[in-house]
Design a protein around this ligand. Structure first.
Ligand SMILES: [Zn+2]
Ligand SMILES: [Zn+2]
Length: 379
């Protein structure tokens, strides 16, 4: 490890003081004012509304739109994301996206991943912002297309002015209208900012530490329903690191992913389009591949020779049928794409292709269940 990277990196006093002072006010000032004067219901409601606006601007805007381009958004929606994203005080969308693309590219590399979870909870949660680490220097070469985006560049150039006026202006205006300026500044201003910060930071810390890895075991990213609850759906982080260009993180309909629902809503009202999602088959393939690798590991560790040989045989058979299905699926998909491209494509030809694709998908679903049973025997 580079020694300079660890201890000799200069402290970033701006972020250190910002995090320390806002946390101090949230922990001491907010309860004290609550005990002495009390808060109105309106102040609590606006705390929740602005907190949600900030979180959605980060998850749907900064993350899934600007950093990963998982859909296209109307300029009005982009502007709202940029205003409320600046209010969340996590830097400009340009710098944020640059760091995040590096995080995906060099995930878990202590030298290059800006919030590498292998460097510990504190570092990945907040520590990476408290010093000017070489791994944290944004490489703007990764966001060239965003540098041609007029709205993104406008926010980047005037970030401080926008961030300050949103953070002071919105709570002040609301507080003045409701006749409770201090109460609004404390709840909708400071407490909202501190809570919003730490909710987002959990994605870089907890979502790389606690939870399951159904889609890939190649990195530290985890799926965690509790973290998803805290982070507006970003807790399905194992899926996200495997399929970063999918607009969903909680891919199943029942998984808690309000960011996915919000993007769907924006699509429905015509403010978002071209939502990208990974074909179901590829997702299932990732799950099965992970299961096979796990089974292999368990087989290697198991001691019971007779049982082992039998199970090894069954896993090998399942793997053979799985690779056959994957090959068939790729061929069918290619035929399907060609038939849709051909203007003269016969309807019946396409419906037969579609039926065979469905059969293959059904086969994989059954295989998933058989693998779960096999895995239970191996455990
Ligand atoms: Zn991550
Ligand atoms: Zn991401």
């Amino acid at each position: 490890m580079n020694a300079r990277d660890w201890s000799a990196s200069p402290r970033n006093w701006v972020t250190t003081l910002m995090f320390a002072l806002t946390a101090l006010v949230a922990v001491v000032g907010v309860p004290w004012y609550g005990i002495v004067h009390g808060y109105s219901a309106a102040a609590w409601v606006w705390f929740a509304v602005i907190l949600s606006a900030n979180e959605l601007a980060i998850t749907c805007g900064y993350h899934r739109l600007f950093a990963h381009v998982t859909y296209e958004a109307h300029p009005a929606l982009r502007l709202v994301y940029l205003l409320f994203g600046a209010m969340a005080l996590q830097n400009s969308a340009l710098v944020w996206s640059a760091g995040h693309r590096i995080h995906h590219r060099y995930i878990d590399d202590p030298q290059r991943d800006p919030y590498c979870a292998r460097r510990g909870f504190w570092f990945s949660h907040i520590g990476w912002m408290l010093r000017n680490y070489p791994s944290g220097e944004p490489d703007l070469g990764t966001v060239r297309e965003l540098q041609h985006d007029r709205l993104v560049m406008w926010q980047h150039r005037h970030y401080l002015a926008i961030a300050l006026s949103m953070n002071l202006g919105v709570p002040l205006l609301l507080g003045w209208a409701e006749g409770d300026v201090v109460g609004f500044l404390l709840l909708a201003g400071v407490l909202r900012l501190v809570v919003s910060h730490h909710l987002t930071f959990c994605i870089n810390s907890l979502a790389h530490m606690i939870g399951s890895r159904p889609y890939t075991e190649d990195n530290t990213a985890r799926d965690n329903a509790v973290v998803a609850l805290l982070t507006f759906g970003e807790g399905y982080h194992n899926f996200h690191h495997m399929f970063a260009h999918d607009y969903r993180n909680g891919v199943r309909w029942w998984q808690w992913d309000p960011s996915k629902w919000f993007i769907n809503l924006m699509h429905w009202v015509g403010l978002a389009r071209n939502l990208k999602s990974v074909p179901w088959f590829r997702i299932q393939r990732a799950i099965l591949e992970t299961q096979f690798r796990r089974a292999e590991r368990q087989l290697a560790q198991s001691g019971d020779r007779a049982k082992l040989e039998h199970l090894r045989q069954r896993v090998a058979e399942e793997y053979a049928s799985f690779t056959a299905a994957v090959t068939a699926w790729s061929q069918l998909r290619e035929q399907w794409l060609q038939s849709t491209r051909r203007a003269v494509a016969e309807r019946w030809e396409r419906s037969i292709l579609q039926m065979r694709l469905k059969e293959l998908e059904h086969g994989l679903r059954l295989q998933y269940r058989r693998m779960r049973l096999l895995q239970a025997q191996l455990a």
